[in-house]
Design a protein around this ligand. Sequence first.
Ligand code: ZN
Ligand code: MN
Length: 480
Amino acid sequence: MSEYETVIGLEIHAELDTESKVFCSCSTRFGAPPNSQTCPVCLGFPGVLPVLNKEVVELSLRAAVAFNCRIARYNVFERKNYFYPDLPKAYQISQKALPLGAEGWVEIEVAGRTKKVRLVDVHMEEDTGKSVHGLDAGWEDKSLIDFNRAGVPLLEIVSQPDMRSVEEAEAYMNETRAILLFLGVSDCRMEQGSLRFEASCSMRPVGSTELGSRVEIKNLNSFRAVTHSLRAELKRQRAVLESGGVVAQETMLWNEEKERTEPMRSKETSSDYRYFPEPDLVPVEITPEWIDRVRSELPELPLRRRQRFRDEFHLSPEAATKLTATRATADFFQKAVELYPHPTPIANWIIGDFTALLNDDRLPLEQAKVTPRHLTDMLKLVDEGVISGKQAKEVFAEVYATGKAPADIVQERGMKQVSDEAALSRLLDDVIAAHPKAVADLKGGNRKTRGFFVGQVMKATKGQANPQLVNKLLTEKLEL
Ligand code: ZN
Ligand code: MN
């Protein structure tokens, strides 16, 4: 039996982070009462005219440049015609023959190896409304439509079938999401539908250069849905091929509950969209100056930043990945290291206590009260022996809750670490005198007993003794 290789391509729809919709001034805010953010334009009334939101072109161009695309000088919008209840005009304004960005690529990293996933194109379009079905919404046999989403700007990113494993597909989604977040192009909130996916996959004998018949999986709303549906679908295709069958070219839906892909009804898959140029919109000219300006404003992208964090600050690949998950996190780390050049403890605090507190509150880092200076001031207090590592956890939690300066918290709580050598020496003398057996143990080579002595002194000082100093005194007194 021949070995098979996997071929995967992905289409990503990202909602752009604009205040208003693409062809009218309705708000794009998520979660408003149904149909409260609509007007004759986005409801598709006859006789109204769309007016293009310039911010949509600006954000889309930023993404297309970051994805290394060739930019179309003249951008033409087209009508993609089809009937569906959530599409009030019976056509979607999109781009087809002259997309904003053509070709281009996304560089991904899998198991320490980099690879370019090529793009077919990057184009602008409008979102549709949303059907709300009775059983989901608490009424019985009806489906109603919320048009708040109709006309929200979308960026569609179409990849070549360049991914050879589900892991590569996952890396591609992660990298694309990180880039969109770094660019401020989309908030990428999957739970709000800001990022949606369609996957296509096929299998072919290893060494073959022809593509097998491709199966599309539609309406995937999370990374998990993509990876799980691909694994299930590829398993199905492998079984068909290994039993000598032929995989039919078809469109499937992912059944999350049953963990399997299921064929879509045929009337939902007809794809004669009769594209033609949108007569109500003029072509958008993108000048070389506009492209140059956008290019000059691009931030360092996540992959480069991750590689630089690893090389420059000797961070582990895992730490570098976590610190570059969002631009705010990467900027926070970078700023902190500039203030106090100790990357490892800074990374550990951000990935550890800080992230845990943010996760508990479901708060994005940029909205936290902690500043890079707070963190580095606190680390200095630890390094200077003013507070212990244990006290630092308490201080950090209070900085996080109140935004107060670490030095003020230490002052207010009277938590200064006792580094008075004479006082600690007296306390340690008392502990040694009271525990002759432990002294004998420690002198006999039981190193664990050391912790007992430090613990006793900590107890006597309510956790404020400087443990390094107590350890040093212990070594001197018992001539260890
Ligand atoms: Zn509107
Ligand atoms: Mn689309």
